[in-house]
Design a protein around this ligand. Structure first.
Ligand SMILES: C[S@@+](CC[C@H](N)C(=O)[O-])C[C@H]1O[C@@H](n2cnc3c(N)ncnc32)[C@H](O)[C@@H]1O
Length: 351
């Protein structure tokens, strides 16, 4: 991904990504594609709850005016939020009419006309949920969002990994999840309208048992939220709160310490209680990492320590990794061991 600052632009920023980066398999009229009513959930229930919590945590204005950009029948507005207005901009009239959160609706094809039909400085918040992958002119749309937001207003872009493949743009489909985050960050940066963006990640949680895809054995839909404030906000307002999506049993420091001391006897993970697996330390021709031949590692994919680790690592700049809890029997201590995927390290399990 190119750094927008370093490249001298002579034409549209779209040109940076190659001629057909924002092309789609189905280049037909979007209004025709979306004329079919889709009163479905685009995410599983846990991921939907995460979307609501992100909005609840970040939209801190009293009575905010909100634009739901690319809206359907559900705007995911939390019950406790009391907006002065919520406008939905989308393509399906029936879905917008059924959307209980909306106080107004606009049918507008962003790919035909990326100019938003609102005056400057209109909204406190613009939310775009699971739809950025369908924008064929994202640079223009993000610039427009910068125009219609009030100074200091929030633009919140949330996405997952599901899509209508015929309508998602080529570059989105060819990118991995981490690259998609970089892409959205580029859209923000290139607009020149926003302060530095922040990323929140929720992934690796177990899929709800009653979900229609539960039989596939895949985790809950991942949620990536990228957000930034429009430049020119009131600095005395302070920073927005951090997103917090609680997961797992809250443990007091004392309880955690007690459980860690017990690991020697129980060989159970102090965070989730599951038995840890005996794991052979791999041969390393470059350096001696640990003296002992084996460790114990918690391989529970639902362990709160591991699940929360994706976002912690993201915030620390280690994108695309989490960590598992490892117990060193020689030293009788617990420590994190980084993992880039759920499968990592499993090949050395020896029990
Ligand atoms: C996957 S749905 C997501 C709907 C909603 N944001 C949500 O969270 O459930 C994609 C939405 O993007 C809207 N959309 C797709 N292409 C569009 C376009 N060219 N202009 C405006 N809206 C569009 C559709 O109307 C559709 O409701």
């Amino acid at each position: 991904m190119a750094d927008a600052q370093e490249i001298e632009r002579t034409s549209s920023p779209n040109a940076l990504f190659g001629e057909d980066a924002f092309s789609r398999l189905d280049e037909g009229d979007d209004r025709v594609f979306y004329s079919l009513d889709r009163f479905v959930d685009h995410l599983d229930s846990l991921a939907l709850a995460t979307v609501e919590k992100i909005i609840a945590d970040l939209v801190t204005e009293d009575d905010p005016a909100i634009l739901d950009l690319m809206a359907g029948w559900d705007s995911h507005i939390p019950e406790d939020l009391h907006p002065s207005r919520v406008v939905g901009l989308g393509l399906n009239e029936n879905e917008l009419n059924e959307n209980k959160a909306l106080t107004g609706a606009v049918i507008h094809d962003l790919n035909k006309d990326p100019l938003l039909p609102f005056p400057d400085n209109t909204f406190d918040t613009v939310v775009n949920t699971v739809s950025v992958d369908y924008m064929t002119r994202p640079f223009e749309v993000f610039r427009e969002v910068g125009r219609i937001l009030k100074p200091g207003g929030l633009f919140l872009v949330i996405f997952s990994n599901r899509m209508f493949p015929q309508k998602a743009v080529k570059i989105w489909k060819e990118s991995g999840e981490e690259e998609r985050v970089l892409l959205v960050e580029d859209f923000f940066r290139e607009s020149g309208a926003f302060e530095k963006t922040t990323v929140f990640v929720s992934k690796g949680k177990p899929r709800p048992k009653d979900d229609r895809y539960a039989h596939l054995g895949i985790p809950s839909d991942p949620i990536y939220a990228i957000y930034g404030e429009k430049k020119g906000g009131d600095p005395s307002r302070g920073a927005r709160p951090k997103v917090t999506v609680p997961y797992g049993e809250p443990l007091s420091p004392e309880e955690l310490e007690k459980r860690k001391r017990a690991v020697k006897e129980t060989l159970s993970c102090p965070y989730c209680g599951e038995k840890m697996r005996k794991w052979a330390v791999p041969d390393n021709p470059f350096e001696v990492t640990w003296d002992n031949d084996y460790m114990y590692i918690c391989f529970n994919d639902a362990c709160p320590y591991y699940v929360r680790g994706w976002d912690v690592m993201y915030r620390d700049g280690n994108r695309g990794a989490s960590y598992r809890l490892m117990y060193n029997p020689e030293k009788d201590c617990c420590m994190p061991i980084p993992v880039p995927s759920p499968k990592a390290l499993r090949e050395s399990i020896i029990d």
